[in-house]
Design a protein around this ligand. Structure first.
Ligand SMILES: *Cc1c(COP(=O)(O)O)cnc(C)c1O
Length: 386
């Protein structure tokens, strides 16, 4: 692989992404990496593995480029690919020890919140859920010496709550805890949590990093290759939480267009958020790019080039009208997930069930790369017809 730092003038992240670090296969001169399907590698005659490759559950050459590119984009030391976002996120907690205390947000990805509140608790991890956008609440939840990890998500599903990464990193570190950030909605295009003081960044690569709704994957990137990072590597290998070779190959292909996809989707999302704010059938738009949004100023500080392409709208006539509007869309697709090139709409309260922070009149929108006018007209007709 060529070294992106060998020139004095560093290459821009969009260049690194488009060329997947400029890697060229030495044997064939191919500009796209081969797909390695082998589950095992031959030992040297003296029984060693000098190639560094042994059995597939520990490592796979098909991961190299996507992990290296992500490490560059996030400005980290090392990255790992996992079989899903949940596999990556749960590894972060499984690498802790029973009795460790965790602080996590009230508003966060629903499945992970459930896992922390139930399965992780049974395994001896204690989690306090707090409003991580409230520094006083955060400060009082962190227990110096006992809290080992502060987990945040920004912008956070499904209200797009913004948490101040730099301020939270300071709070966590002063108590001896690590800060991990679920940066799925922000992507490395808009936010670089490690540069703001975070220790670990997680992505559901099922979403923007891949961008084409055709695989499940997760990633972790660490600021340092330390003992904790080695524990994370072990969790992946021992639990078999690894990605398939073909998925890793597809993911790298998706990451090459990350910057154009995210920028286009963000630009449309900003336009749609402003237009829906003035819509007679909508009572409120939750989007960090709107000046009246509670986290707007922090978002403007820690996000560059856009405020993301996720938003939620609240339908004035209530829950039944929101579900009915979602039933009438044609261009938007009624489906869970986010971050693909096609726009998705979903009534979150019925997905998340009891205890959801999503009000019943809320529709979550994942803005894709279609024409913003088509997207506006489609939801507009769905809201107006009855
Ligand atoms: C989808 C998602 C996850 C979980 O990722 P999977 O790839 O579905 O396992 C975690 N966090 C956020 C913010 C997500 O959107």
């Amino acid at each position: 692989m060529s070294d992106p730092h060998k020139n004095d003038r560093p290459l821009a992240p969009e260049t690194l992404a488009a060329q997947a670090l400029g890697w060229i296969d030495e044997k064939t001169k191919a500009i796209v990496p081969p797909l390695h399907a082998s589950s095992t590698h031959v030992r040297d005659e003296d029984n060693q593995y000098r190639s560094g490759r042994g059995y597939i559950r520990a490592d796979n050459p098909s991961f190299d480029q996507a992990e290296a590119l992500l490490t560059e984009l996030e400005g980290g030391a090392r990255s790992l690919l996992f079989g899903s976002g949940m596999a990556a996120a749960t590894a972060v907690f499984l690498a802790l020890r029973p009795g460790d205390h965790i602080v996590a947000p009230r508003v966060m990805y629903w499945s992970l919140r459930n896992w922390l509140a139930n399965a992780a608790r049974e395994w001896g991890l204690e989690t306090d859920f707090v409003a991580t956008d409230d520094s006083a609440a955060l400060r009082s939840a962190i227990r110096p010496g006992r809290t080992k990890l502060v987990w945040i998500e920004t912008p956070a599903n499904p209200l797009w709550t913004i948490t101040d990464i730099a301020a939270t990193a300071e709070l966590a570190h002063s108590a001896g805890a690590r800060l991990a950030v679920d940066s799925t909605a922000a992507t490395p295009v808009l936010t670089r949590p490690l540069a703001l003081g975070a220790d670990l960044v997680m992505h559901s690569a099922t979403k923007y990093l891949n961008g084409h709704s055709d695989l499940a994957a997760g990633t972790l990137t660490a600021a340092r290759d330390d003992e904790y990072w080695q524990r994370l590597r072990s969790v992946r290998a021992q639990h078999g939480a690894l990605l398939g070779s073909f998925e890793a190959w597809l993911l790298l292909r998706g990451m090459r267009t990350l910057f154009v996809r995210v920028r286009q989707a963000c630009a449309s999302a900003q336009v749609l958020a402003e237009r829906f704010s003035a819509h007679p059938r909508i009572s409120g738009v939750l989007y960090p790019g709107l000046p009246g949004f509670p986290g707007h100023e922090v978002a403007a500080r820690q996000m560059t080039g856009g405020f993301g392409a996720m938003m939620s709208v609240r339908v004035k006539a209530g829950e039944a009208a929101a579900i009915a509007a979602a039933a009438r869309v044609q261009v938007w697709k009624r489906a869970t997930s986010l971050g693909g090139v096609e726009s998705l709409i979903e009534h979150r309260a019925s997905v998340e069930g009891a205890g959801t922070p999503a009000p019943p009149d809320l529709l979550r929108l994942s803005v894709g790369i279609e024409s913003a006018d088509d997207l506006y007209a489609d939801l507009d007709q769905a809201l107006r017809s009855r």
